[in-house]
Design a protein around this ligand. Structure first.
Ligand code: NOJ
Length: 747
């Protein structure tokens, strides 16, 4: 029997201990309420804990690195032994985690195991496409599976908690963290959020291959002013409820184990001390029963925000607002005991937080076996398996979005014998991982050049020139690139950002191609050779110039370990692209925010009156995005017809026919949008309400049917009540938010 169970045994009557033994992890389904047996365990421990040990449970510290490998600073090691740490971040590998866990369960007084958290954002060792890329697949099963594989790998290396999914909706591609999310739409974002929670947590933790998830960053971190990371968020309550909150709520409904507060303020109140957000909404209204962790030192930052005069009052504000665990700030550890003595913090509120944290530890099975996630044998046999790599390759190709394809430039024609791969992203191993790459090793990544060479072995002569760097002013390589292009039958031009140009603290004020890449593109495309551009980036880019000159553009994001192979499958037509962007691509940075679910205004721009001045428009740029939400081409064509909207009671059925009119089989993501034509308050021109990804054989017509209830048409009113209003609606069905057919119905 494990030591911590032993401690419990000695202090409990036999019949309660019997009850405890009966508690299996199986009872701890994600999102389930406290079971009586959990409560007994927790209350027993709580009754034995000193105040210092309690606040210790509320404290998370990070492990560091030294040249010799992972290392923990001496203060933190002592704190673990003193029972004053609840969780560790950034520790991994079975041996190292075991070593730290041993300190907790063998050397601390109460032997409470530690949680080990890690940023497993898009894979652990097998790295999948960045989340924005995965979202472009609109394939919920595949997204769930990627996180299941990630959880399986991470859990073999000691990790039992991931700081994912990030479910922040964003309409601002200047904000670098859009790479970590699912894009601009709350409906799609919510479905992906649920899928990701299911992927990480499964239906429980019995198999030791699932881990606690964390919905972040609560809330509205995706709407920083001017797209600058960590900046102020100023948002109307209706927008907050309607666009930004739904994916977090979806995570709570899916049973997410933890929620992370965001760095930002919302309308003057930083999330990390926002009692309305953390207690009234999250706990009372939504019924969240996991624990709330801050983001990295975000309690301390309340002083910089100007709502706390010092760290002590910052700790007071946060705990009282509903924060349970302090990430890296040490404010709870340092100040809560004093605050209790001064009656500024109630011991019952500290107990509340301890209960949630202990319960997560019970839930994930650490009290049954604190080393259950340190599994050398699984580490050997279940990490980067052939199946995982094959699946990663498939997900890369599913994430690719064909943005332009004039004259069927793609797929690469079979007659091509000499192929030039040109561009700073053409053979950039390190960049393939994108940002947040957990334990992924860039040396395992397949670059585009490698992928193409794997495919072309013997049949096509493939050469490479970098042409320029990703982000500097050096033009000296362009000449050699042009020479190579001139000698080739076909050019693949790999352009974009570096992996670190998106992600945290990576906002950009101009999101066109960085450096001299547009000049490289001009020069290479001018050579007159058929050219397909392959884009690598962590956000929508404003590539109006490239769009004007390039015959074909394939968006590939950062694909991870199998990037080059998966992209090659699409380039050569082994896979027909089916991805659709989940964030609008602006024409230029000044157009931001540009998103599909906009409202009409009283003076909308009308394309049949292009010269009308006093309308909502720009003098120098159209109002529409370069590529709209939901857009993506295929190597075949789909046509839509026969849309019908029928109402029966409170149920609406919208159906349409989709025909594959091209010459090959293809998958189409069929999208349903709704417009409430007249409301008591203004409504968006279109809102996504459903989607289906279908394989349609060449020449085949399929009938697609969506069923909605009247409640699906409800929206938040100024009093923040959500209900629908009778009247006339438009239903739109199509292959993007811009290309649709419509029908009208009345409810
Ligand atoms: C800060 C980031 O905002 C958050 O997303 C991440 O989980 C933590 N650091 C921990 O690394």
């Amino acid at each position: 029997m494990h030591l911590s169970t032993g401690i419990l045994k000695s202090s409990l009557p036999a019949f309660i201990f019997f009850l405890l033994i009966q508690t299996s992890i199986a009872q701890n389904r994600p999102g389930a309420a406290f079971s009586p047996t959990d409560s007994i365990k927790v209350e027993t421990l709580l009754s034995q804990m000193t105040l210092d040990e309690k606040v210790g449970q509320l404290s998370l510290f990070a492990s560091g690195w030294e040249v010799t490998g992972p290392a923990m600073n001496t203060r933190y090691k002592q704190l673990i032994r003193d029972g004053k740490v609840g969780a560790i971040l950034n520790a991994s590998t079975p041996d190292y985690v075991k070593k730290l866990q041993k300190m907790a369960v063998e050397e601390s007084r109460l032997k409470i195991p530690l949680l080990f958290g890690y940023d497993v954002i898009h894979g652990y060792r097998t790295i999948f496409p960045i989340p924005l890329g995965q979202a472009a697949s609109w394939d919920l099963d595949a997204i769930e599976k990627a996180d299941r594989i990630a959880a399986g790998e991470a859990s073999a290396e000691g990790i039992c908690w991931t700081f994912a999914p990030m479910v922040d909706i964003s309409r601002d591609p200047r904000w670098g963290r859009v790479s970590e999310g699912a894009g601009e739409d709350p409906f799609l974002g919510s479905r992906i959020a649920e899928a990701r929670v299911r992927g990480f947590q499964g239906t429980g933790y019995e198999d030791g291959r699932h881990i606690l998830a964390c919905a972040k960053h609560f809330a509205a971190y995706g709407d920083p002013m001017a797209g600058r990371d960590y900046n102020v968020v100023d948002i109307s309550p209706a927008s907050l409820y309607e666009y930004y909150l739904p994916p977090y709520k979806a995570c709570v409904d899916a049973g997410v184990a933890t929620v992370m507060t965001s760095f930002n303020e919302i309308n003057g109140m930083p999330s990390t001390c926002n009692s309305w957000l953390l207690t009234d909404l999250l706990r009372k209204e939504w019924g969240f029963n996991g624990f709330v962790v801050t983001d990295w030192t975000s309690i301390n930052e309340l002083v910089e925000h100007g709502v706390a005069e010092d760290l002590k009052s910052a700790a007071e504000l946060s705990l009282n607002a509903g924060v349970d665990m302090d990430m890296m700030g040490s404010t709870f550890l340092d100040y809560l005991p004093g605050l209790v003595k001064e009656n500024k913090v109630k011991i019952s509120d500290i107990d509340r937080a301890v209960r949630y944290i202990l319960r997560a530890k019970i839930q994930v099975g650490l009290f049954d076996d604190p080393y259950r996630f340190c599994n050398q044998q699984r580490e050997q046999s279940e990490i980067m398996t052939k199946e995982s790599l094959e699946f990663a390759r498939k997900l890369v190709s599913e994430s690719c979005v064909l943005l332009k394809n004039d004259n069927r430039t793609l797929p690469v024609p079979q007659r091509v014998r000499t192929l030039a791969v040109i561009g700073p992203l053409g053979d950039a191993k390190k960049e393939m991982l994108g940002n947040w790459n957990a334990a992924g090793d860039w040396k395992n990544c397949i670059t585009l050049l490698e992928g193409i060479r794997n495919k072309c072995k013997g049949s096509v002569n493939v050469s490479f020139e970098k042409g320029c760097n990703i982000n500097d002013k050096d033009l000296s390589g362009i000449e050699a690139a042009v020479k190579l292009a001139q000698k080739a039958d076909y050019v693949i031009l790999a352009l974009g950002e570096s992996g670190e140009m998106s992600g945290e603290a990576a906002s950009r004020s101009d999101i066109d191609l960085p450096g001299v890449q547009n000049q490289l593109a001009d020069a290479v495309i001018n050579s007159g050779k058929p050219t397909a551009v392959v884009l690598f980036n962590g956000r929508p880019l404003s590539i109006s110039h490239l769009e004007a000159i390039a015959p074909a553009i394939l968006e590939t994001w950062f694909g991870g370990t199998q990037a080059g192979n998966g992209i090659t499958d699409v380039l050569f037509g082994d896979v027909n692209p089916s991805g659709k962007i989940t964030m609008s691509f602006p024409r230029n940075t000044g157009q931001i925010p540009v998103f599909y679910s906009r409202k009409n205004t009283g003076r909308p721009f009308k394309s049949d009156q292009p010269d009308e001045k006093y309308v909502s428009r720009y003098l120098d740029c159209p109002v529409t995005p370069l590529y709209p939400f939901g857009f993506g081409l295929s190597y075949t064509n789909f046509s839509y017809s026969g849309i019908k909207a029928l109402v029966k009671g409170n149920e609406i059925t919208v159906s349409a026919s989709v025909t594959n009119t091209g010459e090959r089989d293809g998958e189409e993501i069929v999208q349903l949008y709704i417009q409430d034509k007249v409301g008591s308050i203004t409504r968006p021109l279109k809102e996504l309400k459903g989607f289906k990804k279908l394989l349609i054989r060449k020449g085949q017509t399929v009938q697609v049917t969506f069923t909605l209830s009247a409640d699906d048409l409800s929206f938040y009113h100024p009093d923040l009540k959500k209900y629908w209003e009778p009247g006339e609606f438009n239903a739109f069905v199509g292959g993007s938010s811009a290309t649709v057919i419509s029908a009208t119905f009345r409810l």
